[in-house]
Design a protein around this ligand. Sequence first.
Ligand code: GRF
Length: 235
Amino acid sequence: MRPHCAHGPVAFYQRSSVNGGADPLTRLFAPSRLACAFRSGDERMVRIAVLASGSGSNAQRLIEHFAQHAKARVVLVGCDQPEAGVLQRAWDLGVPSYLFNGAELKDGTVQQELQGQRVDLVVLAGFMRLIPAALVKAFPQRIVNIHPALLPRYGGKGMYGHHVHEAVVAAKEKESGITIHYVNERYDEGEHLFQAKCPVLPEDTPDTLAARIHALEHAHYPQVVENLVNSMQHP
Ligand code: GRF
């Protein structure tokens, strides 16, 4: 039976047909206090969807940062990888998840879901797919991404996750960092909102650099998104 909380139905965790999943319509429900909280919340809340493909440590920081926030809430975690750690994190934190595949991203299904959930701001946190032009157009200056390097260097197609840190270490760079930027229809090319730097040490491996970069991301991404929320005109 579909679970309810005091404020109405709890939003869902949707299993779609990613990787040929047997039952594209299976819906599991995540009862949670958090889900109830945002359902009962102020209609003027900025509703944030986080899209992620991997572990989801940034997604978790964002969810926690906005859990008690006066103006915004993470209301949905969208994911394109059924085995991604971010799904467990979202479940544990009581945030509804939405699992989709590449075709659903391209054909407008994901856009419909985001609009149906009245999402105001889309935050990419380790999301591996290109955002289609129609989705960019539907959320003008309302989609942001974090990249684990100092763009425009070490960005573009194929430059993600470990590939970035391997390239930076191989080039013997003295510094690296993070870039938070608006998303357009090309990988890593949107207008920059924020950058922070960290050293690359001679003894660094891609793993040790990745750990330093992750710490930088966790320290800054929620606050940069909060600044964006504060700048948004929301009815
Ligand atoms: C982060 O390094 C982010 O910059 C990149 O993907 C990684 C995601 O890490 N786009 P996590 O899944 O949030 O731990």
